[in-house]
Design a protein around this ligand. Structure first.
Ligand code: NAP
Length: 296
């Protein structure tokens, strides 16, 4: 294997350290404790694991964690009323509604009911617009984490060929916007893209956000490219299962210059960026400068 392994766990630990310092500073100098509210509707086991991890990580950096676990049958009106209370609660600086929601709830309507200044997931239509127009936005956590790792590894991304495979609203599209903001030349590929291998081979930066196990082999990767694998896919491994990305790690690592592993790459950065976004939201709400190293 020749590629450098980009260690998301170590990077996330560094980011959480910067967040904890910022939180301590906000408390000591301004008497503010950033607070993150997580709203969960229904009992999805995968969501449950994430929500517990988020709560623990929030407290570990000294922030206040508020969990709202609602019954799966909660009405849209009741959920909107809770969001309205959280929007006006001065102890809550960040609000996250865990997706997916039960099918009787309209996720667009719910997400757009969050105060954009508290929308730490960056999914509100105002934040999408702000990001797209290059203004100060709350940036979705997973692409923000990818960008931080890319910048730490490559420095200036200006003029680089970047290919993002996947065009979801939560990963692919905001990732492409962030790379464009860094003056990379950006291509967004998706399921209708013609000759995907050839498109991928152009990339100095290849971001895979597809959700298909090991779909991208080393033969699709430009020698020396930096590969960010966002995919999290569970595949059978004997009697058990294991996690793999969208990139075939071994063949890709033989060609790439650097690559994020799965697990231990992008995944750990997502929650760390959520904490960083909560500090960013807190500082902006109070008119304070956002500490360096927490955002773009
Ligand atoms: P998604 O909403 O399902 O979007 C998948 C995208 O991949 C779509 O744009 C789709 O194209 C494209 N695609 C599907 N098959 C393709 C193919 N054969 N060739 C090219 N493009 C193809 O998924 P997502 O929410 O963005 O998540 C993507 C992956 O990232 C999943 O494995 C997810 O678990 C993982 N993820 C990880 C984190 C983390 O913290 N690390 C966070 C979020 C997501 P169309 O639009 O044309 O259908």
């Amino acid at each position: 294997m020749s590629a450098e392994r980009l260690d998301g766990r170590a990077f996330a630990e560094g980011l959480r350290g910067r967040v904890a310092e910022a939180v301590a500073g906000l408390r000591a100098e301004h008497g503010i404790t950033p607070g993150l509210a997580v709203v969960v509707v229904g009992a999805d086991p995968a969501s449950d694991v994430y929500v517990r991890a988020k709560g623990k990580a929030t407290q570990a950096v000294g922030m206040a964690s508020f969990e709202h676990r609602l019954d799966a049958a909660t009405s849209q009106a009741d959920l909107l009323a809770l969001l309205q209370r959280l929007n006006t609660d001065p102890e809550v600086h960040g609000i996250l509604v865990q997706l997916p929601l039960p099918s009787h709830l309209d996720p667009d309507l719910i997400i757009n009911a969050i105060d954009p200044a508290k929308d730490v997931d960056g999914f509100h239509i105002s934040n999408v617009g702000l990001l797209g127009t290059g203004q100060a936005a709350m940036v979705p956590c997973t692409p923000l984490g990818c960008l931080m790792m890319l910048r730490a590894h490559l420095g200036d991304l200006s003029g680089m060929e970047a290919v993002v495979v996947g065009r979801s609203n939560i990963v692919g599209k905001p990732m492409a916007q962030l790379l464009l903001g860094e003056s990379a030349t950006v291509t967004i590929a998706h399921s209708r893209t013609r000759d995907l291998p050839e498109v991928c081979r152009r990339a100095d930066i290849l971001v895979a956000a597809v959700g298909r196990a090991e779909m991208i082999p080393g033969a699709w990767i430009k020698p020396g490219a930096t590969v960010i694998d966002v995919g999290i896919n569970r595949i059978p491994a004997g009697e058990k299962t294991r996690l793999v990305g969208d990139v075939h790690f071994d063949s890709a690592a033989a060609v790439a210059g650097a690559i994020t592993p799965v697990p231990g790459g992008v995944g750990p950065m997502t929650i760390a960026c959520l904490l960083a976004n909560t500090v960013t939201a807190t500082c902006r709400a109070r008119g304070l400068p956002v500490p360096a190293g927490l955002g773009r």
